[in-house]
Design a protein around this ligand. Structure first.
Ligand SMILES: Cc1ncc(COP(=O)(O)O)c(C=O)c1O
Length: 402
């Protein structure tokens, strides 16, 4: 339906669309036609799915589906009231379980991880304070920090603890009496490397700073039982704020912030996306998420399988000669350095081998580091991984990547 619209507005939209089409950015958005599992139907074709955050195979777990149905039957389809007025007991139960999972006193849920960063960072900061942020932090951290408009924001070189120390010293000297926050992804979403938390907590303690840790790709993945970075490095009690998402390893959707009782009491009343929004989306999501946390606790072998697959796939990719960058986790990029090559590699894997892996280029990753990003999940079979490795070797040679 075409109506009359403001010509300046229309010109702006048309220019933006033309530019995006020319750049090729997200030119093809594929459609998943069914559940997210190891083998999924994408654009009508059955493919091996190697770019999903469904690390533990929970997104399509029948017990989660059943728990979602039961929660809907008991609590209804929606909440229809904001957290400033009332909440639902199943949400409080979920927040208690999330706090327990993250080894924290309390937790608050948000509609997504992105919103948790938009709502959870700026209330902690004032005009006297300083934020030190890793240069490769996720967009939601960057945007969340931007909302702390009166706070000094300083970027340190990626995972470079000597640069962080230098900037911490400068910020301590420059500030009169404000606080300093160090904020970082726990696992970096494009490179798959892990933040250097042990050194970071030492620096934070030495320079009187506190840490805000984004556990999006760490919860359910790092640590023997999947509780995340604090379990992995045995750093319980040394990180003030843990933020996370439910939409990756946990298999559902939503975000959360975990920390002290005081932190959650304060954010409940001061975090605008929490207070002024109806908030956490659906009782069904709460039911499914509670079930996911129960399964992760009961079946630590899921985390073990994820890591067995990760180590195998990474070792084989490296022995074939692919550049996997600095990855230490299931997120394993294959860096090819040019946008067309990354696109071609992704396209040929899909068209000729029935394997779906997404390509990424600037502005999502720095120029010259164009890549496909593979993510192995615990439920991929060895045969599926071997099939992928053989396909990558063949196409890699054709495209002169190997
Ligand atoms: C490091 C990081 N933080 C936050 C988010 C946002 O989480 P959500 O998808 O729940 O909004 C993501 C998701 O892509 C992420 O990778």
């Amino acid at each position: 339906m075409k109506g009359l619209t403001n010509p300046r507005y229309e010109q702006f939209i048309n220019e933006q669309v033309d530019e995006l089409k020319k750049s090729g950015f997200l030119s093809q958005i594929r459609v998943l036609e069914g559940p997210n599992s190891a083998v999924s139907v994408v654009d009508g074709k059955k493919v091996l799915n190697l770019c999903s955050n469904n690390y533990l195979g929970l997104a399509n777990h029948p017990e989660l589906v059943q728990a979602a149905k039961e929660a809907s039957e008991r609590y209804g389809a929606g909440i229809a009231v904001g957290r400033g007025v009332m909440t639902m007991s199943i949400i409080l139960e979920l927040e208690r379980r999330l706090a327990e999972f993250k080894g924290a006193e309390a937790a608050l849920t948000y509609p997504t991880g992105y919103v948790a960063n938009m709502g959870g960072i700026w209330p902690l900061m004032t005009e006297k304070d300083t934020i030190l942020s890793d240069e490769l932090n996720h967009a939601s951290i960057i945007d969340g920090c931007r909302l702390a408009r009166e706070t000094d924001r300083i970027v340190y070189r990626h995972n470079d603890m000597s640069d962080l120390e230098k900037k911490l010293k400068q910020s301590v000297e420059a500030r009169a009496k404000g606080k300093t926050m160090i904020i970082t992804d726990a696992v970096f979403s494009m490179d798959g490397d892990i933040c250097k938390l042990p050194e970071m907590v030492e620096l934070a303690e030495r320079y009187d700073a506190f840490i805000f840790l984004d556990e999006a790709h760490a919860s359910g993945v790092l640590g023997k039982t999947g509780r995340g970075t604090l379990e992995h490095f045995n750093a319980y009690g040394r990180v003030e704020v843990q933020m996370g998402t439910l939409s990756k390893a946990i298999g559902t959707v939503g975000g959360y912030i975990a920390g002290s009782e005081g932190l959650c009491y304060y954010l409940h009343r001061r975090s605008r996306p929490f207070y002024f929004s109806t908030g956490f989306p659906h009782p069904a999501v709460c039911g499914a998420t509670l079930k996911a946390l129960e399964i992760i606790k009961k079946e630590p072998e899921r985390v073990q399988r994820l890591w067995d697959n990760t180590r195998y796939f990474k070792r084989e990719l490296e022995s074939l000669g692919f550049n996997t960058g600095i990855s230490q986790t299931p997120i394993t990029p294959i860096i090819v350095g040019e946008p067309e090559r990354a696109q071609q590699l992704s396209r040929l894997l899909y068209e000729e081998e029935g394997i779906f892996v997404q390509a990424f280029s600037y502005p999502v990753v720095p120029k010259g580091t164009d890549r496909i990003r593979t993510i192995v999940n615990g439920h991929h079979s060895r045969e599926q991984l071997d099939h992928t490795l053989a396909a990558l070797e063949r196409i890699g040679k054709c495209l002169h990547i190997l």
